[in-house]
Design a protein around this ligand. Sequence first.
Ligand code: ATP
Ligand code: MG
Length: 757
Amino acid sequence: FNEIETPDLSNLNPVQLLASTHKDGPAVVYAGAGSGKTKVICSRIAWLITHEHVPASAILAVTFTNKAAKEMKERVEQYIGAKRSKYVIVSTFHAFCARFLRIYAEEAGYNSAFSIYDDDDQKSLLKDILKKLNISDKILSVNTVKSKIDKIKNQGLTPEEYLHELKHNPELSFQEQRQQFRNFGEQYDPEIIQKIYSLYQSTLKKQNAMDFNDLLLVMFKTLENKPHVLESLQNRFRYFLIDEFQDTNPIQFKLIHLLSSKSQNLFIVGDDDQSIYSWRGAEPSFIINFHHLYKNAKVFKLEENYRSTKNIIQAATEIIKNNKKRADKTLFTNNEVGTKIKIKSCEDPYIESKFISNEIYADVQENGKFSDFCILYRTNAQSRSLEDELRRRMMPYIIYGSVRFYERAEIKILLAYIKLIINPTDEAAFQKIINTPRRGFGDKALSKLKELSTSRNESLLNTITEIVYGGLENEVSRSIAAVKDFVMCFQKWKSNLDYHNKPSVTLAEVISDINFEEYLRNSYPEDFDERWLNVIELKNAIIEFENINIEEEIGQQQKQLSGLEKLSRFLEQAMLTVEPTVVNVQQGTANAITLMTIHSAKGLEFPKVFIAGLEEGVLPHQNSIDSPEAIEEERRLMYVAVTRAKSKLTLTNCKRNRYKDFIPAQESRFISEISFEITDWVDSAKKTFPREFGKITSTPKFEDKPRIFKGDDLLNKENINLKSEMNQDLIWRKGQKVTHKVFGDGVIREIEKSTSG
Ligand code: ATP
Ligand code: MG
């Protein structure tokens, strides 16, 4: 028996120490960026386990992204070692709910093999439902309905409750009317939404599927309606720690409130200035009013920032103080003054990317660390020009959250096969693969099959199985011959999996039985290799998953999972994790530039940060320009971005070709909120704060404004496509028509030898 030593908390400041060693009852740590909130959560977990002898499995820590969860778990491990922290659950709300819904699926009214539907599945189901209800998408688009339903679910309301609210809460219908006004063009009546929502929900249930928001909603409803489930979770979990609390939405709050209501040990940390998810229903008022909701809550305020230089903190403070709706708080740092905030205005995105890569390159020549750098942007689309440039110069980078691994076409298809093996009533999966690879089962046959299955109240797979085996006569049967193999394969895969219990073998069977390699080769001749590598990667991931001994821990019991269960856990993880895409990296991810949206950078820190695209219409985003509230949220985004930087911050912008050409490109208002004294304008001519770059009157064409391409541009085949079929050998001539990725169509006017060769 090793004597348990307490973790070393000597490097905490007095308030951090008080918060970390807070024992029982509700508490809130309310503080600005970089003041050690996340650090406090980690040290408190360590302290509870070692000093207070709280069993690790009684602690639930929740954070916002899988990346943050992983980092938190690592920090706790550093304090007390992996062995003692093993059973602490550090997870996102969604992953936590998914995990326990598998265990309590029956109580929730589902089968434990339930599918998780992603946005695409959700939309295709809604499309079917709108059709069924005879609602034209001109009156109500799938996207509007989806976002409406997501919002209602974020509030934690079932279809019945929503209807009840509508009838009894006049304020809600007032909001509805405003909403209607905002979605100009589209009209809807809340009662129609309710009808769609209700049918959507019952259909999901029939298909044994949940969408992302259901994970929370169904979990909450199960806790509310099944006292023994609530009781068993309350008995297990006695300490709750929530990071980034400002971004919880009502359903998450209800859930955590209910779970913690018995022990009352709810410890939350957050910063209202960093609330950036109100579009997803987050309510920063929860954190501001926490001590009203929990009267005996201890309040801790941290004011010292340990992350950034004085200049960076000054810039962040100057920006955020322009927000009217915020609780006042102090943030200072004892760190050095540091370099000034570098600002550069560029001609176009191409030059902007070039500037950024040059800066990084020069720095790396001296310091050798690409991993010091992070490039942040408001929208995913902005990464394209940056990526082009980094690839061209062979600079290593990791990009987070653009396309999730599992969202790639080839992976999605294979996952759909797996989903259908696990859950035969998963209609979204069925529809995705019934004719992929092609089996001559077209849209017409599918819609007939759907009619038939609806009238028989059977799943698509069951219906088609019965047709194939001849028990059922119908008009689809001509196409049926083609899918006979498909149906038989499914039965084979499932019974084989029961026998060998190896998910990776099942995947290999699927790949070979459907001739997937040939399918990929024919469908994607240009990038077959890359896609095939992804398939191999998927196989590896499943093998890896198979080999770790998953101990499903319910109370003190541990349970060995079957092959099918393992496969379903694997899928769940794939659905809920955003895997980074690693590019140009030879040896691991250790030395690469990070590219990500500001939203996904929350909670993280980097020595040197670029914020690109600081223009009106980009940051602040175009959709927010007319709403003072939305502008405040954009400003909070800017605050989050600025406070990621430890020692160096560079802001860039350019004349971007936006969808509304008639809007002049203007510098972001957030730049001018920073004191001139702490800025360093790279181009001295710009020192006059240009609010307007000048009008972009039309898509810039080469004809309008000749551009001279220098050597490396010419070599960069990716950027320029020849207009004519001839001359594919990249020999340019005057008058030739070309298309450039950034500048569009044009004609070569002049050819000049580049000095750099
Ligand atoms: P954010 O609001 O961005 O989530 P945060 O409040 O969670 O920030 P942390 O990430 O916990 O802040 O800490 C910021 C940085 O400051 C980390 O590098 C952390 O190690 C460091 N830090 C925090 N407290 C101290 C301290 N008392 N002494 C030295 N360094 C500290
Ligand atoms: Mg944090």
